[in-house]
Design a protein around this ligand. Sequence first.
Ligand code: PLP
Length: 437
Amino acid sequence: MPDAIATPAALPSAAPAEPAGMTLPDAPALAHDEVGLLAPLYPLPRLELVEGHGAWVRDAGGREYLDFTSGIAVNAFGHAPRGLAEALSAQLARLGHCSNLFAHEPGLSLARELAEATGYARVFFCNSGTEGLDAALKFTRAHALAKGLPGRGIVAFQGGFHGRTGFALSATYNPSYREPFEPLIPGVRFAPFNDGAALDQVLDADVCAVVVECVQGESGAVPATRDFLQALRARSTALGALLVLDEVQTGMGRTGRLLAQEHFGVRGDITVMSKALGAGLPIAAVLMTENVAATLSPGMHGCTFGGNPVCAAAARWSLAQVRRPAFLERVRRAARRLAAGLEQLAARHASVREVRGLGLLTAMDLVPGGVEPAALVTAARDAGLLLLRGGERAVRVLPPLTVSDDELVKGLERLDAALTVCEAVGLAGSSKGGGKS
Ligand code: PLP
């Protein structure tokens, strides 16, 4: 690679370059039938994946796919990136785990490198996005207590997603995720996203924190506006409330900057990173200012595994990739190509209502009553392209940050073919007068 990015060679592709007219299996290949032993929390059938390199992944039946899900924005450097396994096995052979009762070199180095790269003063390590948000929201209440703020209210936003555990779930908007588990942690109120005028009604003296995504990922790549995030920053500061930026999905270069907040000219009091940080190993970093850290004390919070030597080594490896000269410029260039390609598809396909996103966090929003997002994901899979749903009507397109021009072209061709198939099915249905089944 000219700019020395650790991009592995693609698997020698057995997948056809031209998806139209392919003869494909109806159902994904499963080599094992134990899937019935797993708790029924994900839709079936689940494609069984066996191995991957870069943007390519192979299923148990030997079929190859372009993976534009990136393990839900985790595999920023694709599958099995060159150098990662060596870095991890060397660390595992030396010191794999020791708990946070002890300090260790990978964790301390990672803390220093994150501070240098992001400008945040301190960090708490845990294992996942939801744990990071739980910790961040606990810290905001500890801060409120220490500073004698009058209220403990937390403002979150409609469409926001922050995770599935207690505090993070309490701040997640989608009622179907929350309602089965109520009562949740009290004190969270939801405001309309990107509506600066509505802030007057929700941001009052009872509020000790605001939590927001710079781009709402699970809702289908909906970017905040600059004015909105700046208004949130200004009003939080005026109230003495903390601004928590959830960069679990947007961080680590996904939007073409190390942190998406750089696009908006705002900084949080707390920023949470996860997903791509560990390049596939579980780690989250809760970054904070000195002001926040000063209100925490030993025993207030903790985590057995958080940032253990192996996960810290993974995060050091991935941070080093993103900080290489030209890496982010290359992501921004790929993002422009992807956006242009998706806009062309939108112009040709009546079923697409909107293309949106930031950097390589993109989505196609589908016209209501037309092609169903789940049908498009299935048709794309059958055409050799893995995509993700997002929000009500969107399909997310999340290639690895190391995606090549050729892979982008192939992915767009396959998406084009999938849209054509879905629209043809819709037309066939309506010509029979029955509409879609
Ligand atoms: N916050 C955001 C913005 C996310 O997109 C996600 C997951 O998709 C989470 C938090 C939760 O992360 P995890 O699934 O690692 O718990």
